[in-house]
Design a protein around this ligand. Structure first.
Ligand code: SF4
Ligand code: SF4
Length: 206
C-alpha cells in the first residue's frame, strides 16, 4: 500500500511523543516515594541516554551535560608535576615533535636558551596553541615522548575572540590529568616507574 512507510514512521514519532509523558509521570510518582528526578540528575541522564529509554532522549544542555568518556579529546594541555617545594615542574622539553606532527600547524614553541652560554635549556619559554585551528586529532599527545601534552575534556571554551592559548592557559597539573584520564595516567606512571627501575638496575650492575 502506498504511504505505508510514512504512516509507520509517524507511528514511531507518535509513540515516542507519548512515551515522554508516560515516563515523566512515572518518574514524578517515583519521586513522591523518594526516587530521583528525571531531569538534572545523573540517574536521569543515564536513563535517557541508555538503550532502554522511552520518550525524550535529549539532554537539557547546558544545565545537563553528558558524561565524557576517558578517551574523549578536545584541546590539548601541558602537564606539570608538583615538586616538594610546590613549584611547577613542566614536563615539556620544547623538543618540538608535537609542533612538527600537528597537521594544521597550530602549535608554536619558543625555546629557552641559557643566557650565559646561549645553549638551549629543555624548557619552553613560550608555548601557544591556536584552539580555533586545532582539529582535536590528538597527534601531539600521541607523539610526545615525555607525556607532557595531553588531550583535555573541557569543551566549553567558546569566546568572541581568537582562542590562542598560552602557557598560562595550557598548564594543568598531573593530578588533573589523572582525574580525567585515570586509566591512562596509571598505565603511564607504571611504565615510567618500570623504566626508571630498569635504568637504576643497569647502573647498579655496571
Ligand atoms: S609537548 Fe612533548 S612533543 Fe611537544 S615540545 Fe613538549 S616535550 Fe616535545
Ligand atoms: S590535537 Fe592535533 S591539531 Fe590539535 S594541536 Fe594536537 S596535533 Fe595539532
Amino acid at each position: 500500500m502506498y504511504g505505508k512507510g510514512i504512516l509507520k514512521g509517524l507511528g514511531v514519532t507518535w509513540k515516542r511523543y507519548w512515551n515522554t509523558y508516560i515516563e515523566d509521570l512515572a518518574w514524578f510518582f517515583r519521586r513522591l516515594t523518594g526516587g530521583q528526578k528525571r531531569y538534572y540528575t545523573p540517574e536521569g541522564v543515564a536513563r535517557r541516554t541508555s538503550p532502554d529509554t522511552r520518550g525524550i532522549f535529549t539532554i537539557q544542555y547546558p544545565e545537563e551535560k553528558l558524561p565524557t568518556p576517558e578517551e574523549f579529546r578536545y584541546i590539548p594541555f601541558l602537564v606539570y608535576d608538583e615538586t616538594e617545594t610546590d613549584e611547577k615542574a613542566v614536563r615539556c622539553t620544547s623538543c618540538g615533535i608535537c609542533a612538527k606532527v600537528c597537521p594544521p600547524q597550530c602549535i608554536w614553541i619558543v625555546r629557552t636558551n641559557d643566557p650565559k652560554t646561549g645553549k638551549p635549556v629543555p624548557v619552553p619559554a613560550e608555548f601557544y596553541i591556536d584552539a580555533d585551528i586545532c582539529m582535536n586529532c590528538g597527534y601531539c599527545a600521541e607523539y610526545c615522548p615525555f607525556d607532557a601534552i595531553k588531550m583535555d575534556h573541557d569543551y566549553e571554551i567558546a569566546s568572541y575572540d581568537r582562542n590562542v592559548l598560552n602557557m598560562q592557559d595550557l598548564l594543568k597539573s598531573a593530578d588533573y590529568y589523572a582525574s580525567i584520564r585515570p586509566e591512562n595516567a596509571t598505565r603511564e606512571d607504571e611504565a615510567r616507574r618500570a623504566k626508571e627501575a630498569a635504568k637504576a638496575a643497569k647502573a647498579a650492575a655496571a
